[in-house]
Design a protein around this ligand. Sequence first.
Ligand code: CA
Length: 219
Amino acid sequence: MRLLLVEDDKMLGESMQIGLEQDGYAVDWVRDGDAARQAALTHEYEAVLLDLGLPGRDGLDVLRTLRTRGSKTAVLIVTARDRIGDRIIGLDAGADDYILKPFDLDELTARVRAVTRRLNGRADPLIEIGAVTLDSVSKRISVEGTLIELTAREYTIAAFMMERAGRIVTRGELEETLFQWEREVSSNAVEVYISQLRRKLGRDFIRTRRGLGYSVERP
Ligand code: CA
C-alpha cells in the first residue's frame, strides 16, 4: 500500500516515513504543496497524510484541488493547528480524518487503516473470502483457521486483492504495490507472486482474467 506523505518538517517527515515503512507501507515523501498536488494527481495512493502549513501552496489548497479534480484518495490532515475552525474547514474541504501534532505513530497508522477500510466499503478489519481470512490489523492470513506463512510481498499482494474482491485488479496496480521493495519490478514478478499465493492459499483463490488482470471472487 502506497502513501503520500506531505510534510515540510525534515525531522518529523523522516520519522513518519521510517515508522510507516516499518508498518509495511510504501511512502512517497514530498515537502511542499506543489509537489504534493503533482504527486497526488499522477499516482494512485491509498491515502495522503497532509500537513496544512506548507511552503507555497498550503495543505487546504492542495486538498481542494484534489477534490475538485475528482480524486477519491483518503486524506488525513496532520497538523499542529489546533483551532477548531481549521479542523472544520479541513473536513468540509474533503478530508477524511484529522490528527493533531504531536501524535503517536501507532494512532496515526490505526487511523490510516480505519480510513482506508471505510473507503473500500468496510468497517471490519477482517475480510473472509471462502476459506481465506485476512486480518488487516495483525497483517495475517489464515486458511480454514490455520495461519499461513507469507512473505511481506506475498501478504501485500494478497491483501490488495482481497480488499478489492469482486473486481479485476490489473497487473500495473499489483506492480505499483511492489514498488516499496523494488524500484524496478521485473516483468514476471507479479506472475511469480500470484503462483506462490495460489500454492499457499488455494489454486483457485486468485483467478486470471486473460488480457485484463486478476481477481479474487467471493463464493
Ligand atoms: Ca508544516
